[in-house]
Design a protein around this ligand. Structure first.
Ligand SMILES: [Zn+2]
Ligand SMILES: [Zn+2]
Length: 267
């Protein structure tokens, strides 16, 4: 089985599992139409996948293979090839993604694109696919840059990407984990309740809980919020600028950075 098939398999399995759990144990009431949002999010995901393929071809794993063949990057120069390196790479890449997330909140130009993700009025498994194409392409460029400097094993990059995809679906899902389980998992990884706080309209909450996989970066760098001002089911999701589902069409999400970017700056 090649890497792409494995990633697709993990993606589809986690997606379906989260959908089932969302129907059985939802945490938060919905305000927008789920089928409408699903259509938009799958459309964005399809468009982003095609653009990534056209612009970057084999993307992050391909970059790691090139760097390995050329012997570039810190780890290829050091010549390590063991389990420790594998874990270090996965943890370091997660830190890099955390840092990127903080930056797209702090730099107004980047926020214009990231706001598309935050404009969702509900949060569920499909929200993990809601990203503007420019943010997806810039994010891949950033990742490839890090891979060229770091020189990680292609397998480590593949595992990281597969875990990142699966975790994005889990952390955005609208599922009610038992509070004790949530607190237990949250010591190490980002849970749905933790990420829901990041999607709150409260600006101080939007600018917290930036982690994607590991929750440790938020704790280390002081951006962690244990609880929102409101209880989890009462958190108002989205941003103040857009409160009507009618404004949030596929087309409006694509033009949002240009047309509405300035209005939505909340950091
Ligand atoms: Zn964000
Ligand atoms: Zn999110």
């Amino acid at each position: 089985m090649d890497g792409n098939t494995l990633r697709l398999l993990i993606f589809v399995s986690v997606f379906i599992l989260m959908l089932i759990l969302e129907s059985l144990i939802p945490r938060h009431p919905t305000v927008d139409s789920k089928p409408r949002r699903f259509g938009i999010h799958l459309g964005l995901s399809g468009l982003n996948t095609i653009l990534l393929k056209l612009v970057f071809g084999a993307a992050a794993v391909g970059a790691a293979k090139t760097v390995e063949i050329k012997g570039w990057g810190l780890l290829n120069i050091l010549g390590w090839n063991n389990v420790l390196e594998f874990f270090l790479v996965v943890v370091f890449l997660d830190f890099a993604i955390y840092l990127q997330h903080v930056i797209v909140h702090k730099v107004p130009l980047f926020w214009r694109f990231h706001v598309v993700h935050h404009s969702d009025l509900d949060l569920d498994v499909s929200s993990g696919l809601r990203f503007h194409p420019v943010e997806i392409l810039a994010s891949m460029l950033y990742k490839i840059g890090i891979i060229f400097l770091l020189g990680p094993a292609p397998l480590a990059v593949l595992v990281f990407e597969a875990v990142l995809n699966g975790m994005a679906l889990f952390s955005h899902s609208n599922i009610a984990l038992p509070v004790k389980a949530d607190h237990f998992f949250r010591k190490l990884i980002v849970t749905p309740d933790m990420h829901r706080i990041h999607h709150s309209v409260e600006v101080s909450e939007t600018n917290s809980n930036y982690g994607f996989n590991l929750s440790i970066w938020d704790r280390i760098f002081g951006t962690y919020k244990e609880e929102a001002l409101k209880s989890q089911p009462e958190i108002v999701i989205g941003i103040d600028t857009f409160r009507s589902p009618n404004e949030l069409t596929f087309y409006n999400l694509l033009i949002m950075p240009k047309k509405y970017g300035k209005l939505t700056y909340v950091t």
